[in-house]
Design a binder for this molecule. Sequence first.
Ligand SMILES: CC1=C(CCC(=O)O)c2cc3nc(cc4[nH]c(cc5[nH]c(cc1n2)c(C)c5CCC(=O)O)c(CCC(=O)O)c4C)C(CCC(=O)O)=C3C
Ligand SMILES: [Fe+2]
Length: 366
Amino acid sequence: MPNPQQARPDLVPSPTDPYDALLLVSFGGPEQPEDVVPFLENVTRGRGIPRERLEVVGEHYFLFGGRSPINDQNRVLIAAVEKELADHGLDVPVYWGNRNWAPYLADTVAQMAADGVRRALCLVTSAYSSWSSCRQYLDNLAAATAAVPDGLAAPRLDKIRAYYNHPGFVAANVDGVLAALADLPDDVRDEARLVFVTHSIPISMSDDSGPEGGAYVAQHLDVAAVVAARVAAATGVERPHELVYCSRSGAPHVPWLEPDVNDRLEELAAEGTAAVVLIPVGFVSDHMEVVYDLDTEALATAERLGLPARRAASAGTHPAFVTAVRELVLERAAAERGEAVARPALGVRGPSHDCCPLGCCVGSDA
Ligand SMILES: CC1=C(CCC(=O)O)c2cc3nc(cc4[nH]c(cc5[nH]c(cc1n2)c(C)c5CCC(=O)O)c(CCC(=O)O)c4C)C(CCC(=O)O)=C3C
Ligand SMILES: [Fe+2]
């Protein structure tokens, strides 16, 4: 076999080959009050979300000036990842496209095609498996690729594996919990319960998540156990932990994952719990669900109940998470080159697959 590197001595092989770009894929959010209603229409098109729910969620955005934190979170993540790549001599441009708001994926992928990108690796700002958090993004990427204007070659887009159990994502969450614990009053710190929080989804969607089903909840329970164990090791105190949910949507008759964080706080207060740390492990950065559902609503619930509570930081741009992004890029690139690679993963489930098999995360009923 002719080796193209030998034929072209000027071409230095790069550890990011065969990729020539990284694409950050996210949900998108409104940036000003006029954006809120059209954004919500984009999110809920064809999803059967009752009008009353949309009005309630719209108010959450208006409470924050009609601006979601998510886009700015992505801007700082991109800057941090660009610096991380450059600091390691990795020369790949980072693009950004969203499902529900500008910059839209279709526009970004068309730009990538115009720039001559042939193959890009995609980092989705969701670490878990389910239709909403994985398969729907794959569908969005396929649609964006299909919409590339005639005359341009669409780039091939590969998605980085679900990374909830990557050591860097775990380390960032552990640090968040340790800082939140340190911020609790001394007399309740050791008694604090660790309450991990993620986005509720319909139970049917949860049951259908991952290749064998049930992955969404199982992944969260796995990472919660790892984070709790590391926090115990770091503090010398074993604290009970559990998983609860926020941001239930959909029609009232459709069952979604429970308990809701607020309902659970009521129970915990009634049981005489001394304190809680709310850990937004289901969110990669401070999305509206974090700043509204947790910081505004759940912390107010805790306050009303007289239950000392702190919210742990999400991974955001924690250096361990930014490093993890670089490692995930290099891991996948090496795998695509056919090299044997280590796939670091904590917990009991092992590393997630690179390519979702048919039938993975198919259930999308809302
Ligand atoms: C699993 C999951 C994630 C995590 C994975 C990921 O990150 O993608 C996520 C993220 C997000 N969800 C977000 C916002 C919304 N989600 C909605 C509705 C829904 N979410 C669902 C699930 C998820 N959602 C589902 C099953 C629905 C019902 C409609 C449907 O079946 O598709 C609605 C409609 C109104 C409402 O009903 O709440 C809004 C406004 C934002 C932006 C926040 C910001 O602005 O910072 C983000 C990051
Ligand atoms: Fe959502």
